[in-house]
Design a protein around this ligand. Structure first.
Ligand code: HSE
Length: 288
């Protein structure tokens, strides 16, 4: 039995659409071993396909196929803490678990770069899968099946509060809401902010984080799909967040907070309880 632990991830972080992501301390733990049929179980009662449509199985099979091995069947035991379809990288975690588990079972025919490339290619964007594999805060670019990436340390003064709703939003639907083309000034708006975000997160220049998470490429088109999403970003900032943004394709919202602000999580939880009963807030550290 091999065991793979994969963290939740938050992609985009506002300005870094399809190119910036961070791993968070919330994990899916997947055990798998070869057998003569498909046997998939789940310890937490999440709704998952238990046949060949299962994403972990499909990604494991892809590794076997690409490396020239035959996979007759697979036993998979899922212990998943990452909520599904909430913009916290749950499907990316399954993709990465399938690839890494199969690679380990086969004696690691794929090196780390090949694992990163395959995961991003399956996903279609690299900003969840790359930090899910490397941990930490990553800048990543997928081109012609290859991911150019760098992992950058996050300054120790920054913590993350995740606001999670009780409703789902599929990445497919959230991507379909985006325009096919954007204006030149919108590209410049995000380009400057994404670069500022990477530098400010690592150096701890906290006063840059609000402007650096600003975005006009995806969030304005997605707020209509996330009831109260824009209100929560505004209120998270009023509670003292350094910056706040839609996590990945949504619907979760993430607030970056100063670690010394020890009551922030309690204030965020009280806000949800009083005004947004379909949401709850939890504190998650960066997975380093
Ligand atoms: N960058 C992707 C998007 C992340 O915003 O659609 C999806 O998890």
């Amino acid at each position: 039995m091999v065991r793979v632990t994969v963290p939740a991830t938050s992609a985009n972080m506002g300005s870094g659409y399809d190119s910036i992501g961070i791993a968070l301390e919330l994990y899916n733990i997947i055990e798998m071993e070869e057998c003569d049929h498909i046997d998939i179980s789940d310890k937490n009662g999440q709704l998952i396909p238990k046949d060949s449509r299962n994403l972990i199985y499909q990604c494991a099979k892809k590794v076997y196929d690409e490396c020239g091995y035959n996979l007759n069947g697979l036993r998979i035991v899922e212990d998943c803490a990452i909520p599904q379809t909430r913009g916290l990288g749950s499907s990316s975690a399954c993709t990465v678990a399938g690839i890494m588990g199969a690679n380990e079972m086969l004696g690691e025919p794929l090196d780390r770069q090949a694992v990163i490339d395959l995961a991003a290619t399956i996903e279609g964007h690299p900003d969840n899968s790359t930090p899910a594999i490397l941990g930490g805060f990553c800048v990543a670019l997928l081109e012609n099946g290859h991911v150019h990436h760098v992992r950058v340390p996050v300054h120790s003064a920054i913590d993350f509060i995740v606001f999670i709703p009780d409703f789902k939003l599929s990445t497919e639907k959230a991507r379909a809401a985006l325009p096919k083309t954007i204006a030149h000034h919108d590209a410049v708006y995000n380009l400057a902010r994404a670069a500022l975000l990477a530098g400010s997160l690592t150096t701890g220049k906290l006063d840059n984080l609000d402007v650096a998470t600003g975005d006009c490429l995806h969030q304005p088109y997605r707020f209509g799909l996330i009831e109260n999403g824009e209100d929560i970003i505004q209120e998270a900032k009023e509670l003292g967040a350094l910056g706040a943004f839609i996590s990945g394709a949504g619907p979760s919202i993430i607030a970056m907070v100063y670690k010394g602000d020890r009551d922030y999580a309690a204030r965020a939880q009280a806000l949800c309880a009083e005004k947004y009963p379909h949401w709850h807030a939890m504190q998650l550290r960066c997975d380093e």
